[in-house]
Structures are given as structure tokens and as C-alpha cells.
Design a protein around this ligand. Structure first.
Ligand code: ADA
Length: 585
């Protein structure tokens, strides 16, 4: 039965944010110093001249004093944990590389600036513990092979996302994670996996509850370990962009007398996404994706954008008529995903990558770091119903065979750990790509009428022509059953730049370009959607790149970096708001 008309059960924690689960946020002002070009192997945490305070989370090089600087920064704060109690710190992103010290001892290194990681706090009789994080934003392929300097977006340094602390109970099992996978939107069936840690206490019981309903006693299982079961969510309602209904699940470990020893609440949504007969389907209905690529970025804050900015961006996207965001080109901030869950946006989340080629793919260190970061992304965002697509390695060298092992491995990891979502990657080699067989649908990054159109009399005419010809050739090559998404397309328009010629870089050229791209893609029966490049203007590198990047910005935003709409805003809005996203394509 489709019970989407039933009343909504209340979600038992503040609406817009994931459940706190006894997390204590460590955000706030930390001691800080920028040491610059030092050797981190000679770094001594006992000997740091903290001179300033810095806000966590933030990017230190988004602040005026350190703008554009590369080097080592050190952050410190004290935390208090009951004596002889173990705790876990969760870092949502530290960029680019970091080493964490507790009470002067190194406990963990991490080498990907956008993927989350945890640190166990060793037992100690001391209550007040010193936490030091050494952060390095210098590019060093051997150490941070996931980040390369030529990526077309500025990679900042710092503790750029939230840090929190979860204290484990002194005795009894601890709920480390709860994952909910929707199985059937017609029956509300979900698969629930619970990860438990620690020694059970005598008579310990495990309870599970959906929303504010009755709790169910779960069968005894050995702990530590994993519990895996299927249930139908009582009085369920389907999650969809039009009605983004969320449910909650609470797992409680109870002592003999029923008192809670540890507990975790997670939000989830019931929705299914599939490819059937060459189309995308959401909850059994045809789906068309209308949206934008979006970097997490603002000129005043770099990648550590305030929640309010995220809300404003989603409001712009709603006004544009979008239902879809491609989170280019890295794992997304939890707050952004929470908002997409609540506001009903569909999301493509991808593992970090930008145009890597053979040298990178040959590195074992890269392969290992990429694989770890992919697993961390899948675990961190598993319960967000907004995510319907998993991707990785934007515009890699997929026209060559050297990418194949890492692509096969990544797709296999996603299908094993996250089988309920679709898998794709964005290619820049539409006609020579070698990995289409691996994915659920084909995603094309196309820039006709922008790049490589020197000498064309009317570059704008190339837009529709190229889209149609490319799809025809892909079909002729045997891929006619795979839906096609235009995962990027766009042209630069400098905010405020108008010229009688309406030529490159004018707002007029950009507006007409996007109009033609959207109309062609959305008229085409093979196209399951379009994600325009890009939502807003974003900072990129200077140096050689700036010859193609006026202001050292990627100026393909429909809004400029301060979210002021360009002419393209109206052009896109006119089209997207007229399209029925659930109309069969
Ligand atoms: C690529 C890439 C984007 C951006 C874009 C552009 O397709 O995936 O990150 O660099 O090109 O503006 O050239």
C-alpha cells in the first residue's frame, strides 16, 4: 500500500539537522598559529608559539591575513572527557593533510581534504586532554595524491568542516553507526544495519524504534558486531522532491533496569531510484533531472560556508526550477545534505577527483587513498535520501585503459556498500570513453560553442548540433539503452559585462548558450536531465590557468560569486519552471 497520505509522524529532534547522538560540537575559537613552510616530521607539539585564535570550522587561507598562502598551520584546544572513559572524535573534513595529536602523541594522519575520519581518544586518568591538529595545505603528490594543484577550483587549508566528540559509556555496548537502506517504496520496507562496539553488560537489551512509535526488543546478538534486519516502517510516507518526508530510527542499548546506556537516532527517507527501459525512475515514476553543479564555496568563507548561505543557495535553485544538484567534485558537507533531505533536492555525490591522468592512476598511494575516501563518503552519507547518485573521479582519462582497474574497483565498492543508489561518473570523452559498461547511466561533460571552437563562424550554433550528434553516435556505438545525463555544460559570462557584439564573456552570450543547451537536452528523448556548469562563479588558480579564467575565477556561474543573478538566470528559470520533471521522457 502506498501510505503517502497518512499523517506525518513527528521526528524526535530539531528539524533541519541530523540527530546529535550525544555529539558535543568542538566548533568555536581554537588556539592557532601559521608556521608556513616547515617540515611536519620535525614538528614538536610541545613547542608551538600559539599567537592567535581561529574559528573551527573555517579555511585559514580564506581569511584576509593568510589569503593565498600555503604551509603548515597548527590548531589547539582542550577537551574534557570523564577519566578512564573512551571517546571518539569525528572530523568531517580537514584540508589538505593533517596529523592529530592527543596530549602530545600523534594518533592519526589523514590525507584527503574532503573526506571524514574518526579518531579514538585513548583512555587516560586525566580529565582535560590537549587536542592539537597540524594542518598542511601544500600540494605534495606523495602525501596528498588526491589533491593536485591544477584542479579547476581553489583548494583551501584548515579544519573546514565540523569536529565533534562522542563519549562512549563506561560499561555496555555502544552504538557506533546505524544505516538504513530503503528497499521498497510501496511497502515501506527498509534494511537496518547496526554497528555495535564494546563489552555487553549482563542483561543488556537492544531496542529499536521508528519515529515516536513503540520500541521493539531486538534479538540478542554477539557484540561487538553487526545486526542486520529488515522491517516495514509503520505509517510510512514516501520521500520525494515534492514531499520530502523524513523518518527517524532510534537504536538504544539498555541496561538491565531499562536505563539507556547508549543510543543513536538517524534520519532516513523511503524512496527508490532505478533505471528502467532507458529512463530514470524515482519511486516508480519517470524522473528528469533539472539542475546545477555546485561547489561548496563563497568568496568570504572559501569552502567553509555558513548554513545560511547553503539555505540561500538552495532557495536560488528552487526559484530556478531545479530539482537536482551535482555536488562537484567531492563529498558533500553534512549540513548541505541535511538541507537537501529536508527541502527535497536530489543529489549526486562524488568522491574527489578532477581530470587525473596516467601518472596519478599509476600511484598505489593514490589508489589506496581514493578507495579509503570513497568508503568514508559512502558511510558518512548513507542515510541521506536526497542522494540518488554516487560518482567519483570527474573527467578522468576514461578514454584510456589505465583507468579501468580503479574504475572497476570503485563501482564494485559502491555497488557492494550502497546498492540502492545509481552509479555514474562524468566523462569528457563522450565518443571514446571505455567505461560506459560499468555504470547505470552515461554522464557527459560537454562544452560545444565554448572550448575548441576557434574559427567557428557561429559558435552558438554548435551547442544544439553537438548535443544531438553526440547522442546519436553514442547510441550507434551500442549504448542506446543507457540513459544520458548532461552532467556539465556552460559558458563564461562576466557579471555586468555587456557588449554590442554579444560575444564570448558577455552575459548575453552565456544566457543564449544556456537557453539552447537546456532546450536541446530537455527536448531530447534520450536525455534524462541536465546539470548546468555552474551555479555560481568560483575561485580557481592564477598562473597559467588565468589566461582562460578572467579574474582567476571560473565565471560560468549563472549567479556571480556573491549570488547576484546574471541574464542567464532568467533564461534558465523560464525553461526549468516549464518542464515537468516527472513527465516521461
Ligand atoms: C570541466 C570540469 C569543471 C570545470 C569545467 C570548466 O568540465 O569538470 O570542474 O573545470 O570543465 O569550466 O572548464
Amino acid at each position: 500500500m502506498n501510505s503517502s497520505s497518512l499523517p506525518s509522524p513527528q521526528v524526535p529532534y530539531p528539524a533541519y539537522y541530523s540527530a546529535p547522538n550525544n555529539r558535543v560540537s568542538l566548533s568555536g575559537l581554537w588556539d592557532f598559529v601559521f608556521l608556513g613552510d616547515i617540515d611536519t616530521d620535525k614538528f614538536n607539539p610541545a613547542d608551538v608559539p600559539y599567537r592567535e585564535k581561529a574559528l573551527v570550522p573555517s579555511a585559514f587561507d580564506a581569511m584576509p591575513q593568510y589569503a593565498g598562502k600555503r604551509g603548515v598551520a597548527v590548531y589547539r584546544r582542550f577537551i574534557s572527557v570523564p577519566e578512564n572513559t573512551s571517546a571518539r572524535m569525528e572530523f568531517e573534513a580537514v584540508s589538505l593533510w593533517c596529523r592529530v595529536y592527543i596530549d602530545g602523541h600523534p594518533v592519526r594522519e589523514h590525507a584527503c581534504g574532503y573526506s571524514p575520519f574518526g579518531v579514538d581518544l585513548p583512555f587516560h586518568s586525566k580529565v582535560v586532554r590537549e587536542l592539537v591538529v597540524v594542518v598542511d595545505n601544500r600540494f605534495d603528490f606523495d602525501r596528498v595524491p588526491m589533491h593536485e594543484e591544477y584542479f579547476d577550483f581553489y583548494q583551501y587549508g584548515g579544519i573546514i568542516r565540523d569536529v565533534s566528540l562522542r563519549v562512549r559509556p563506561r560499561a555496555g555496548s555502544w552504538v557506533r553507526a546505524v544505516r538504513v537502506t530503503p528497499i521498497d517504496h510501496m511497502t515501506g520496507e527498509v534494511e537496518v544495519e547496526v554497528d555495535l562496539e564494546g563489552e555487553p553488560i549482563h542483561g543488556q537489551k537492544l531496542r529499536m524504534r521508528f519515529d515516536l512509535g513503540e520500541s521493539e526488543l531486538l534479538p540478542d546478538r554477539p557484540v561487538p558486531g553487526k545486526i542486520c534486519l529488515r522491517r516495514r516502517v509503520p505509517a510510512f510516507r514516501i520521500w520525494s522532491p515534492k514531499s520530502p518526508h523524513l523518518h527517524a530510527i532510534t537504536i538504544t542499548v539498555c541496561a538491565n533496569e531499562g536505563e539507556a546506556v547508549s543510543e543513536m537516532t538517524e534520519r532516513f527517507g523511503i524512496r527508490t531510484v532505478k533505471v528502467r527501459n532507458g529512463s530514470l525512475e524515482l519511486n516508480g515514476s519517470p524522473l528528469r533531472l533539472l539542475g546545477y553543479n555546485r561547489h561548496e564555496w563563497h568568496p568570504n568563507f572559501g569552502p567553509a560556508t555558513p548554513t545560511l548561505q547553503m539555505v540561500a543557495d538552495l532557495e536560488w535553485l528552487k526559484m530556478l526550477g531545479c530539482n537536482f544538484v551535482r555536488g562537484s567534485h567531492y563529498p558533500q558537507d553534512r549540513r548541505f545534505l541535511d538541507l537537501c533531505d529536508e527541502l527535497g533536492f536530489l543529489v549526486w555525490e562524488e568522491n574527489l577527483g578532477w581530470g587525473q591522468r596516467e601518472k596519478t592512476f599509476q600511484s598505489l598511494q593514490f589508489r589506496k587513498t581514493h578507495a579509503e575516501s570513497l568508503v568514508a563518503m559512502l558511510a558518512a552519507s548513507h542515510n541521506h535520501p536526497s542522494i540518488i547518485i554516487r560518482g567519483f573521479l570527474n573527467e578522468a582519462g576514461t578514454n584510456e585503459s589505465y583507468v579501468r582497474p580503479i574504475f572497476e574497483e570503485s563501482v564494485a565498492t559502491i555497488r557492494r556498500l550502497d546498492p540502492s543508489r545509481l552509479v555514474s561518473y562524468a566523462t569528457m570523452f563522450p565518443l571514446t570513453d571505455t567505461c560506459y559498461d560499468l555504470v547505470d547511466f552515461i554522464s557527459l561533460n560537454l562544452y560545444p560553442g565554448w572550448y575548441n571552437c576557434e574559427g567557428a563562424a557561429r559558435p552558438l550554433d554548435l551547442v544544439s548540433e553537438y548535443i544531438r550528434e553526440t547522442i546519436e553516435k553514442i547510441d550507434a556505438a551500442g549504448w542506446a539503452k543507457k540513459p544520458i545525463l548532461i552532467s556539465e555544460i556552460g559558458a563564461e559570462g562576466l557579471y555586468g559585462w555587456h557588449d554590442a557584439h554579444d560575444d564570448f564573456f558577455t552575459e548575453e552570450y552565456q544566457a543564449e548558450y544556456l537557453r539552447r543547451a537546456c532546450e536541446t537536452a530537455l527536448d531530447h528523448s534520450r536525455c534524462c536531465g541536465i546539470a548546468l556548469w555552474h551555479f555560481s562563479d568560483v575561485r580557481t588558480y592564477g598562473g597559467g590557468w588565468s589566461l582562460k579564467r578572467p579574474r582567476t575565477f571560473n565565471n560560468k556561474g549563472t549567479l556571480d560569486e556573491y549570488r547576484r543573478p546574471k541574464l542567464a538566470y532568467r533564461a534558465v528559470r523560464e525553461i526549468f519552471t516549464q518542464v515537468d520533471a516527472v513527465r516521461p521522457v
